[in-house]
Design a protein around this ligand. Structure first.
Ligand code: TRP
Length: 340
């Protein structure tokens, strides 16, 4: 058991590997904003560009996507005055600690990672070494801040368990109580937003069909049209959540409504139970446009002022390094590096 007390600090990251979707917003960013505003934690949010390049990224696209993600964070309510907002490669201690963790983590641990197996598929000999080492870098992202809380989706739970294993092994090998052993808790009830074309698939920026997702840069007409065309079934909405169990597309639209309106699924069904999609979809479209247009407008304003984004990221990196540099120095000392 750890007897060291750590400052309550949140860290989370998103890969700048494509456009931002409603899935990123409702599944992650909205919760990041809530945790920032709750005031119970210091909050650090990160564009993980070093993770993105574990698979090929066109350099110009990577630069664009990183700035667009930063704009998305800020437009959604992440305030550079309340949170530290950074681009991973601008805080070199992440990569430096990741190297140490490459020497702590075991091959067998990494080989068990289901995300690696999914991403590599049959191609295990031809993917980058970075893709294999991805979770050690993620552990470094978290532990270089001594972060105590990491809001992520369910698909990242195994990586958080690995982060815990790395912290335990490091502390044990060196006989220290230095890295926090974080509980792999999936904070809060994040909304898992599914494809608008197939309720069994996660909404994804890499789905070939643009109609399957709402992009945070979509204009009002596009949002409304995509919702109108979303796949549904012929039945009316049930008046209780149980009635959505075998109806993935209907459930998805109700979940999206609840998350956007900040109300429970039960409340949505109390208000709309018995309604046909012919009337529920326009209500959802109106709500979505209402909530998302201000964000997309602010994103395009920011994207037109690249220097402002770069300034915010430079400032974030500076604030971050005030936290990460001493932790890296101490790590190097523990490991036995001369000059630390
Ligand atoms: N692997 C995470 C994802 O794909 C992104 C990520 C990288 C992350 N480093 C992190 C999330 C650290 C939380 C904490 O969603």
């Amino acid at each position: 058991m750890s007897d060291t007390s750590f400052t309550p600090r949140v860290f989370s990251g998103i890969q700048p590997s494509g456009g931002l979707t409603l899935g990123n917003y409702l599944g992650a960013i909205k919760r990041f904003v809530d945790m920032q505003n709750a005031g119970d934690f210091e909050t650090v949010y990160c564009m993980v560009d070093l993770h993105a390049i574990t698979v090929w990224q066109d350099p110009a696209a990577l630069r664009h996507n990183t700035r667009e993600l930063a704009a998305g964070f800020i437009a959604s309510g992440i305030s550079p005055d309340k949170s530290i907002l950074i681009n991973q490669s601008q805080v070199p201690e992440h990569a430096q600690l990741a190297w140490i963790f490459n020497c702590v983590a075991r091959m067998g641990w990494m080989q068990r990672m289901t995300q690696f197996k999914d991403k590599a598929g049959k191609n295990t000999q031809n993917v980058s070494l970075g893709l294999f080492g991805y979770p050690a870098l993620m552990a470094a992202d978290i532990l270089i801040y001594h972060a105590t809380h990491v809001p992520v989706g369910d698909d990242q739970k195994q990586h958080l368990e690995l982060t815990r294993d790395i912290a335990i092994k490091f502390n044990h090998d060196f006989g220290v109580d230095f890295f926090p052993v974080i509980e792999p808790v999936i904070e809060g009830a994040a909304t898992r937003v599914m494809s608008l074309r197939d309720g069994s698939k996660k909404m994804s920026k890499s789905d070939p069909s643009d109609a399957s997702r709402i992009n945070m840069t979509d204009d009002a007409d596009t949002i409304a049209k995509k919702i109108r065309k979303a796949k549904t079934d012929p039945d009316a909405l049930p008046s209780e959540a149980k009635g959505l169990e075998e109806r993935p597309e209907a459930r998805n639209l109700v979940n999206i409504y609840a998350a956007l309106a900040d109300i429970s699924v039960d409340q949505v069904l109390a208000d709309h139970g018995g309604a046909q999609f012919g009337s529920f979809k326009p209500a959802l479209a109106e709500l979505a446009v209402d909530k998302l247009s201000p964000i997309s407008k602010e994103m395009s304003r920011l994207m037109a002022d690249q220097a402002e984004i770069d300034r915010i990221l430079a400032q974030g990196a500076q604030q971050a390094r005030a936290l990460t540099a001493p932790i890296l120095k101490k790590t190097y000392e523990i490991v036995g590096m001369v000059g630390a």
